[in-house]
Design a protein around this ligand. Sequence first.
Ligand code: NAP
Length: 517
Amino acid sequence: MSTTTPSLEPARGRSDAPQVHNNYIGGRWVKARSGETFPSVNPANTSEVVGHFAASGPEDVKAAVDAAARAFPTWRRTPPPARADIILRASHILETRKEEIARAMVREMGKVIKEARGDVQEAIDMAKYMAGEGRRLFGHTCPSELPDKFAMAVRAPVGVVGLITPWNFPVAIPSWKMFPALVAGNTVVFKPASDTPLCALMLVEVMIEAGLPPGVLNFVTGSGGKVGMPIVEDPRVRAISVTGSCSVGRQIAGRCGELMKRISCELGGKNAICVMEDADMDLVLEGAVWGAFGTAGQRCTAASRIIVHRDRYKEFLDKFVARTSALKLGYGLEAGVDVGPVINKGQLASVNEYVEIGKKEGARLVCGGKIRDDGELGKGCFHEPTVFADVKPDMRIAQEEIFGPVTAVIPVDSFEQAIEVANGTEFGLSLSMYTRDVNRAFKAMEELESGIVYINAPTIGAEIQLPFGGVKQTGNGHREAGITAVEQFTEWKAIYVDYSGRLQKAQIDTHPAKKAD
Ligand code: NAP
């Protein structure tokens, strides 16, 4: 990360000049203690700076945790429906600011405008859903084994929680964590990805406008090592929720394990679409193009493998390559653009390295394969949508997460083999099956080893009212969204109320042997 130190005076009102943005700690916008900043740039034109952000460090994190810890007792006692009212107001503000935030997202992160609107919409949906949770937060009651005794289990907030988020869904993913954490009564220290601090800041602005009291949400920008890890290390932070790569997730989860700290990880994927011989090919093609190249393949659920029955293999490949070749690469605010840039130069080099690996492994490059360094595209991080054919399931391009516009087409001879190949990676986020045979569809739902299964739809397109997350190396057993959203942010408290007026001993008074004593 570069640590330039431009003027710290905000350049409000000058749309051409990038602004300098601070942390938000204890209800105030404050500079990093170091006084340094880092730039966030437009991946479609890396010479365009979107804004400068606080290059924070452990002292800033400490101040943020101080503020969150101070705010916790009052926020915890605020009735959940009142907490939820603020989140509902946030949904309305997000609706009002949807277009503005989506356009900023295109500039900062590169996804095309219709997808950026979808990203904001996901946060709106989550806000509305979580606002309802303020009047649920269900616990349960159950009978006691003793007379005149009442038994129940209620949810309690965890305390101060740390949220560490990636850049690929820069508003939606923070919302999946922030809204359930807040409605459940936790206070938050939020560290966004260093590639998308502006989008994260806009979400924080929305929460402030919605009426969140000072200290309840604290926002600290800066690197994973200097900000992320100090959040993890602070003993007052009781839970961490991270979405990111497997390597970072393992590092954070390892440390949380040592510290006996709650940790929820949503990590990488190597998702697959399976195409059976009876599939509706037009439907498959639309889904495969969207699944593989939506968000330039930078979705944790991207279809980076397409497993096709040999009876339809040539037909699929010919038509898929034709459609992929027709995709328009460009800046996401321009009309007609289908695929935007990848996030940064490092990712661009990494994607292209995988293309070289694929060629060396003997896969057949049938479409794309190049970095675009010409004309307007040359100013940004553009990689051609790329298709490899005749990929073997054990090749690296079929096993490792590439996180770019590259997909591997793998031929198979049967439904059973398709399932085996689909399940044959260390990841388990999203798998899809295209078939018109209802028996096979149900078999696939049963046999596919992933947190999300689609039938006759691509691997992307999750809705917030269902649990989101994966198995195997994709996560550590938690799920975001849906009825599971509050799990990672609440502790169960079992409560027994004895109204008998005498000491009653569970397991002893009720044991039949007592009668013989
Ligand atoms: P990343 O490099 O792992 O970063 C994720 C977050 O962790 C960022 O905020 C990053 O900060 C921070 N971080 C990095 N090193 C850290 C450390 N040592 N300690 C604490 N925090 C640290 O991931 P990314 O490139 O942003 O996102 C892409 C990855 O996310 C892909 O693997 C994708 O599959 C995964 N993802 C998974 C899901 C899911 O739900 N399963 C959803 C979306 C994305 P900096 O930005 O400052 O480095």
